[in-house]
Ligand binder design. Structure first.
Ligand code: SAH
Length: 254
């Protein structure tokens, strides 16, 4: 089979955060496949076919992309941020695993992008400077029991935790439940970063102590970063938002 499939990360929003390698791959694609708003972020090119779809049909979209590649296309599947982080790359491999065995001889590549938590962290300082982990708070693809058990373990282990998919109209209570779990183990002044639409015109970043944070301050375009016990603020003069950082040393500096 001669077809090509490349799964591309578009970054969080600012076009300057698209890598040159991702740009090149987009320019040479015959077909663009992805969730509508992501496809819309790619400049139109004459002759390039666009297959924009709904967000809930990742596996179908992955199968469509593999099928187009099998017909000899140069297919680009686009995701926001990094395609390997809670996004299309895993869906493509899932479709590949259970799909037409001939698809395995396609030239399939993944082109990385800046994931939301890294863009958010960069805006406020260095909250991910120590050990951290990332979780999707969505219980669409895994049961809430698992989400809760993992969050408890991560907080107990004193990781900084980045929460993707924190809340949506279909999942209104999970983020509040998550903050309650965190509050059982972390101090009320633990810094929480709510970073919304980072790199887009409607970006909004808030830094609040755990005691004051509310789930209603987040939406589905927000990534939430929960500080570890060592995460701290450095105040700026004149009341500007502080920097947030997590030192690389743990406890007292050796
Ligand atoms: N592949 C994406 C994540 C997809 S899951 C990535 O690597 O960033 C979707 C979640 O990502 C959203 O619910 C939100 O938590 C986060 N997200 C994506 N883009 C964002 C942005 N520009 N600013 C803040 N959070 C973002």
């Amino acid at each position: 089979m001669t077809g090509h499939l490349i799964i591309i990360g578009l970054g969080p929003g600012d076009p300057r955060w698209l890598t040159p390698a991702a740009s090149e791959a987009l320019a040479s694609a015959t077909d663009l496949v992805g969730y509508g708003p992501y496809v819309d972020r790619v400049p139109e090119r004459p002759g390039q076919r666009r297959h924009a779809s709904d967000n809930r049909v990742e596996l179908d979209r992955a199968g469509l992309a593999l099928g187009l590649a099998a017909e000899g296309g140069r297919v680009a599947v686009v995701s926001g941020g990094d395609p390997g982080v809670f996004a299309m790359a895993a869906a493509v491999f899932e479709a590949l695993e259970s799909g037409d065995p001939a698809w395995r001889s396609l030239d399939i590549r993944v082109e990385p992008g800046i994931t939301a938590m890294l863009a958010a962290a960069a805006r406020v300082g260095a909250p991910l400077g120590g050990d951290f982990c990332a979780m999707s708070l969505s219980d669409n693809l895994k049961p809430w029991d698992i989400v809760e058990a993992r969050l408890r373990a991560a907080v107990a282990a004193d990781f900084v935790v980045a929460l993707y998919n924190p809340i949506s109209s279909a999942r209104p209570w999970q983020l509040g439940a998550a903050f309650k779990i965190v509050a059982e183990m972390r101090s009320p002044d633990t810094p929480i970063i709510l970073a919304r639409a980072v790199g887009r015109p409607d970006e909004r970043i808030r830094i609040l102590p755990l005691a004051e944070v509310e789930a209603s301050l987040a939406d589905m375009s927000t990534v939430v970063i929960i500080g570890a016990s060592t995460t701290r603020l450095i105040e700026k003069p004149e009341g500007d938002a502080p920097w947030v950082y997590t030192p690389r040393f743990y406890g007292e500096r050796p």
